[in-house]
Design a protein around this ligand. Structure first.
Ligand code: ADP
Length: 486
């Protein structure tokens, strides 16, 4: 498949813009297409097929055929194919980083390049783990053998969002393939090109049909994939609302599902942590330089009342320095939100915060209506002080750079507030007293705790949430064994 240049910016080579079905690049059966915009300029990048149930049917058939061959390939050979994919991704990492920045609006230096690098790391990690698909044997007697094997499930359906499209695609595809499954993945309609670029590389090293990628809308193409009777497993990352719908739609079939859903993660700052490193960590936990479009964003900030004002002063000074602008500019710290829907949603939350009598807008607010930032879906870091944990802004996932800061005095109160959420994905604690930080961390209802740092996911650390944040783990050996084998 030849590659092509973005219509919005010819310096960005975007790769294929079709479905990958059975090793071939294909238009959708109906011939309809989706227009994909660059969120930083609102200019058209290119068009992709608008997938329907017919395209899903073709892709699942191709995956079913390929599965019979792929499941019999020795795990070490499957692992070797994944390692070759990792090498090729690494060779093209700059090209991939540009595509990610261009289609998602995420700044290249702070977000898109690290994401591109992580894609190679993910394939390498699971390539190495492919030979860990060990079963168990029971020693019952000299002439008796009782054993289990780790068997692949069959055709895995995967649906991913736009916020870290390449990384999330790899986190699903690499372990599913290492385990011997075949995959039909639906890319997010707003950010399909990085995924198709990776699929193009995979296609060089995998038998035809082992990986199929579709582009299309969720309720049309995604729902048809979820409903297809030959899918043996569904792996989804996205909103809690859609995740809930996937459980309902697959309940009759008792389909195994993995769901990585929303979050409203707490960040707790203890009174002895009024220092630059803690401020940096809090900003990083909030994922400000990803416009906070992250399920793990530490978007409820609980600061001890003794340092409340001084800590916030330092945090404001830090975020006000961020350079917001062109995602492809190496100088930019922050880029744009993904689309108009998200932009309007985030502005709605900011308006809600500004209308609160007791709230105090410390920095940011509604995005500029004129100037260069008004040309795209740019927002600015926004912090509300005197927030209450029962505010809508403190309960709902905003998926934008809007942070609410809540003061606390008593450790049990802050743990109670932190756990008073229907989500439970991540938690962050900052204190110079590590023992105290660990005690607080242990008390949080969250799938993943970080003490004195606010970094992103690393391979090997099982990642997944409590409560309505999801089901199952990703990013680790557990995912390969528990999510993709029977
Ligand atoms: P967001 O609102 O952040 O885009 P979604 O959960 O709506 O989050 O989207 C995540 C992924 O789920 C996207 O690939 C989207 O196309 C897909 N999706 C949306 N609605 C459905 C649905 N009803 N069935 C299956 N997939 C869906």
């Amino acid at each position: 498949m030849n590659t092509q240049k973005s219509l919005a910016n010819p310096s960005v080579v975007i790769g294929p813009n079709k479905h990958l079905i059975g090793g071939e690049w294909a238009d959708s059966v109906g011939g309809e297409r989706i227009t994909v915009e660059c969120p930083a300029t609102k200019a058209v990048i290119a068009h992709t097929p608008r997938g329907t149930a017919s395209d899903v049917g073709r892709a699942v058939q191709a995956a079913k055929r390929a599965f019979e061959e792929w499941r019999r390939v020795p795990p070490s050979e499957r692992g070797r194919a994944l390692l070759k994919i990792a090498d090729d991704i690494e060779k093209g990492v700059e090209e991939l980083a540009k595509i990610i920045a261009h289609e998602t609006g995420n700044a290249i230096r702070t977000q898109a390049r690290p994401e591109a690098i992580s894609c190679a790391a993910t394939f390498r990690y699971y390539g190495g783990l492919a030979t860990e698909l060990k079963g168990a044997t029971l020693p019952l007697g000299e002439d008796i053998l009782s054993y289990t094997r780790r068997e692949p499930l069959g055709v895995v359906g995967a649906i991913i969002p736009w916020n870290a499209p390449a990384a999330i695609a790899c986190v699903k595809v690499a372990p599913a393939l290492a385990a011997g499954n075949s995959v039909v993945l639906k890319a997010a309609e707003d950010a399909p090109f990085a995924v198709l670029w990776i699929a193009n590389i995979c296609n060089r090293h995998l038998p035809a049909g082992v990986l199929n990628v579709l582009t299309g809308y969720g309720p049309e193409c995604g729902a048809a994939l979820v409903a297809h009777p030959d899918i043996q497993k569904m792996s989804f990352t996205g909103s809690t609302a859609v995740g809930r719908g996937i459980i309902s739609a697959t309940a009759d079939r008792i389909l195994p599902v993995s769901l990585e859903l929303g979050g409203k993660s707490p960040t707790i700052v203890v009174e002895d942590a009024n220092e630059e490193w803690a401020v940096e960590g809090v900003a990083s936990a909030m994922r400000f330089t990803r416009q906070s479009q992250s399920c793990t964003a530490g978007s409820r900030l609980f600061i001890h009342e003794r340092i409340y004002d001084s800590f916030l002063t330092k945090l404001i000074a830090l975020v006000e320095q961020y350079k917001i602008g062109d995602p492809l500019d190496e100088q930019s710290d922050m880029g744009s939100l993904i689309n108009k829907k998200q932009f309007d949603r985030v502005c709605g939350y900011i308006e809600d915060g500004m209308s609160r009598q007791e709230g105090r807008l410390l920095t940011g607010g509604l995005p500029p209506k004129s100037g260069p930032l008004s040309k795209g879906y740019f927002t600015v870091p926004t912090i509300f002080a005197n927030a209450k944990n029962d505010w809508r802004l403190a309960r709902e996932e905003i998926f934008g750079p809007v942070l609410v800061a809540v003061p606390w005095r008593d450790e049990s109160d802050v743990v109670g507030m932190a756990n008073d959420s229907h989500y439970g994905l991540a938690g962050f604690v900052f204190s110079a007293n590590t023992a105290r930080a660990i005690r607080i961390g242990h008390a949080l209802d969250a799938g993943w705790i970080q003490i004195n740092q606010g970094k992103g996911q690393l391979m090997g650390q099982p990642y997944g949430g409590f409560k309505e944040s999801g089901l199952g783990k990703e990013n680790a050996l557990e995912s390969l064994l528990e999510s993709f084998t029977a």
